[in-house]
Design a protein around this ligand. Structure first.
Ligand code: KG4
Ligand code: ZN
Length: 340
């Protein structure tokens, strides 16, 4: 029996068509991503129908490249792991149908992976020392969750957003100050030129839910600030708005995460999702974790935003834990964390 386990990961839940080959859950042999950002930019956000069509065009090509880059063939692969939710249903279906076809044709096991569990598992790729239990702050375009990773594949939700996801707030604020889509990286960059104390934006508090988040208030406050400047004929300072908005969001994310870690008695904290590549968030978390003696982990930016290596990593742990899906696997747009 060969010792190494190779997983082919496939991801198509939103606007990235991605495939990767991952060895033993931690070593990335290839990580191919075909991004549709340029296409959706024209519309200021992801257009689901266009996303699905583009996934169909790209998926075979991306998988072939991932095998080539890893210098393997489908024969060498032990299982096919695919994101089956949450996400855009049409987009997810492309990856799921492709994975099922490969599984059927090669007679290799099929493992459905939860997209968010994939984001969490991105941390295993570059941190061989990271093992559960740990607390993970997942901040992406569609999700904001504080999750206790009790073991591989075992998650407990500690907190979540009540309205907008953190990335969604970044994207909406970016659009309001004319930065375009996707706004997160642009706000991150512009923030460096602004004063984060110039404007005090609110931080949403939810009564009796100390670990929950709310970002619709800060987003509305930014829009109100812009409108009020316009009405008074004052030129808006986009860099100050970006810096002050980012400070408000990363501060509340850091505060809630540290509070949860202290109360749960956890000493390891990981960040995941597109917003985890935000430099303000990383710097703030570095600072508070150092102060509180917590170990902090975060993936490189390429593994923060959507990719298939994270699906291969999560898929590996599902595979060795015995998770197998049949050819009746369906895309579940609102798949819950921990749901199988
Ligand atoms: O994880 P991801 O690629 O897709 C989802 O699963 O949602 O996250 C995309 C989100 C977008 O909202 C994007 O604006 C945000 O992550 N993002 C950032 C940064 N890079 C990406 N937000 C803030 N700062 C960044 N550097
Ligand atoms: Zn994602």
């Amino acid at each position: 029996m060969k010792d190494d386990i190779l997983i082919l990961g496939i991801e198509s839940s939103c606007d990235e068509t991605a495939a990767a080959v991952v060895k033993n859950g931690r070593t990335v042999l290839s990580n191919v991503i075909s991004s549709q950002i340029e296409l959706h930019k024209l519309y200021g956000g992801v257009v689901p129908e266009i996303a699905s069509r583009k996934h169909i065009e790209k998926v075979n090509q991306v998988i072939e490249s991932s095998l080539e880059e890893a210098d393997v063939t489908l024969n060498d692969i032990d299982a096919i792991a695919v994101t089956y939710g949450p996400g855009l249903v049409g987009a997810l279906l492309v990856g799921v149908a492709e994975a099922k076809a490969i599984s059927y044709a090669t007679n290799k096991p099929l493992v459905g992976v939860h997209h968010i569990e994939g984001h969490v598992s991105a941390n295993y790729i570059e941190h061989p020392d990271l093992e559960p239990p740990f607390l993970c702050l997942i901040v992406s375009g569609g999700h904001t969750h504080l999750v206790m990773v009790k073991d591989y594949g075992k998650y407990q939700i500690i907190g979540r957003t009540r309205d907008d996801a953190a990335g969604e707030a970044f994207d909406k604020v970016a659009r309001a100050i004319g930065l375009g889509y996707p706004g997160g990286p642009k706000i991150d960059k512009l923030s460096k030129e602004g004063n984060s104390k110039a404007i005090t934006f609110p931080q949403g508090h939810i009564a009796d839910a100390p670990y929950d988040f709310s970002f619709s208030g800060v987003k509305s406050a930014v829009l109100n600030h812009i409108n009020s400047c316009k009405m008074k004929g004052i030129q808006i300072n986009s860099a100050d708005i970006a810096a002050s908005f980012q400070e408000s969001v990363v501060d509340v994310l850091a505060k809630r995460t540290v509070l949860a870690a202290k109360n749960l008695g956890v000493s390891k904290i990981a960040l995941a999702g597109g917003v985890a590549s935000n430099q303000g968030l990383r710097a703030k978390m570095d600072k508070v974790c150092q102060k509180n003696n917590f170990s902090l982990y975060y993936p490189s930016p390429i593994f923060c935003t959507d990719n298939a290596a994270m699906i291969g990593a999560a898929g590996y742990y599902e595979f060795i834990n015995g998770t197998r899906h049949g050819l009746d696997l369906n895309a579940i747009p609102n798949l819950k964390i921990g749901q199988r």
